[in-house]
Design a protein around this ligand. Structure first.
Ligand code: NAD
Ligand code: UFG
Length: 366
């Protein structure tokens, strides 16, 4: 029988790519998502891309309905992981072998402006999920942590043992959830938990059918770049060109979202293969640092589009350089990123060119 996995936030950017890889690997998948930052179209396209495996995907929007929402032309059923009763019903109808928990808010700037929304959504949502999992005897969790927990690291690359220091409420929710996970494992050794610290996920599925489509103004580099490339924005602001880096711009460890998705499969397999798993932490990155200007050059090459740049001041809270030590994941999960920035930019552009307005239609002119 296929192993069954609950994926919270499975309609989102990383979630949708991971759900596809799970289906292709033969898992049966149930997605819950409140569509706060995503579209039901992503889930539909994942089911199509999975071909015959698409039948093993369920999206919880009918059986458990919290309320019905309309956003623009799109309608969908809203499911919030903070709704304990609704989650209980999902667990009562299916037995899960594990949960992958992506659901959360992730805009750093917004978290500074509206910290309580972040603490409520990310922390309360996770606690509610953990309570329901425990009540139903499902104690295997993969959690989306982030390289943001390393703050502005003194020593590079970041290893899993590097000092932790969140610099904003979003980062603190990730740190707190990591601590909660360590505590519940300490209290009850039946819990098996993978804390995956993602570096900078970019790119899209090579089909160009699924990709990143944040609601509202994007916060991250590549969704903004792709909007410039398709003419939705005139320029890209480069946040700081006076860092102590090769060209003065910030350096990050960009990782292809399909590689990242595969990292989740590797983490899940480890649960089922290694009885000694406790509460483990792994960096998921490539181990390579790329500057903003290098990324722009790679994207321009891949797309044939010029990205007009405007040099702007440093963004508060940004680290100068961040990249991962990937040795632990390579050794213990037998996982290593396959793609470089050329493939990341190629697939980002393929998605953007095919879906200039993401999963939505452009707003009609006034
Ligand atoms: P995303 O916004 O595309 O996906 C998150 C999904 O969770 C969305 O579909 C959203 O609608 C859903 N969601 C949010 N709150 C919910 C709730 N209370 N109940 C149900 N659904 C809810 O973001 P993503 O980039 O796919 O990120 C997934 C996870 O990975 C997040 O936890 C994020 O913090 C983490 N992460 C992302 C990055 C990144 O750069 N993208 C880096 C490190 C960590
Ligand atoms: N940048 C610009 N202009 C922009 C946006 C970003 O120059 O318009 C620069 C940033 O200054 C940084 C780099 O591009 O040097 C990457 O910025 P992102 O906003 O894409 O990513 P961050 O590294 O700041 O943060 C992201 C996610 C976090 C996550 C972290 C993990 O937003 O949630 O990666 O490393 F925790």
């Amino acid at each position: 029988m296929a192993r069954r996995v609950l994926v919270t936030g499975g309609a989102g950017y990383i979630g949708s790519h991971t759900v596809l890889q799970l289906l292709l690997e033969g898992f049966s998948v149930v997605v819950v998502d409140n569509l706060d930052n995503s579209s039901v179209v992503a889930v539909q396209r994942v089911a199509q891309l999975a071909g015959e495996f698409g039948k093993n995907l369920a999206f919880h929007r009918v059986i458990v309905v919290s309320c019905f929402v309309t956003r623009g032309a799109e309608t969908g059923f809203w499911f919030d992981i903070r709704d304990k009763e609704a989650l209980e019903k999902v667990f009562a109808t299916s037995k899960f072998d594990a949960v992958i928990h992506f659901a959360g808010l992730k805009a750093v700037g917004e978290s500074v402006q509206k910290p309580l929304i972040y603490y409520k959504n990310n922390i309360i949502g996770t606690i509610t999920l953990l309570e329901v999992m425990a009540a139903h005897g499902c104690k295997k969790l993969v959690f989306s942590s982030s390289a943001t927990v390393y703050g502005w690291p003194k020593d590079l690359p970041c290893t899993e043992e590097s000092p932790l220091c969140a610099m904003n409420p979003y980062g603190r929710t990730k740190l707190m959830i990591e601590e909660i996970c360590r505590d519940i494992h300490h209290a009850d050794g039946d819990w098996k938990i993978m804390l995956l610290r993602y570096f900078n996920p970019v790119g899209a599925h090579p089909s160009g059918q699924i990709g990143e489509d944040p609601c509202g103004i994007p916060n991250n580099l590549m969704p903004l770049v792709q909007q410039v490339a398709v003419g939705r924005r005139p320029t890209l602001a480069v946040f700081g060109n006076d860092y102590s880096t090769k060209d003065g711009t910030g350096v990050r460890d960009y990782i292809h979202v399909v590689d990242l998705a595969d990292g989740h499969i590797a983490a899940l397999q480890k649960f089922f293969e290694d009885p000694n798993i406790g509460c483990e932490v792994y960096n998921l990155g490539t181990g390579k640092g790329t500057s903003v200007l290098e990324m722009m050059a790679a994207f321009e090459k891949a797309s044939g589009k010029k990205i007009p740049l405007v040099m702007a001041g440093r963004r508060p809270g940004d680290a100068e350089i961040l990249y991962a030590c990937t040795v632990k994941a390579e050794k213990e999960l037998s996982w290593k990123a396959k793609y470089g920035i050329e493939e990341m930019c190629r697939d980002q552009w393929n998605w953007a060119a095919k879906n200039p307005w993401g999963y939505r239609s452009p707003d009609p002119p006034n």
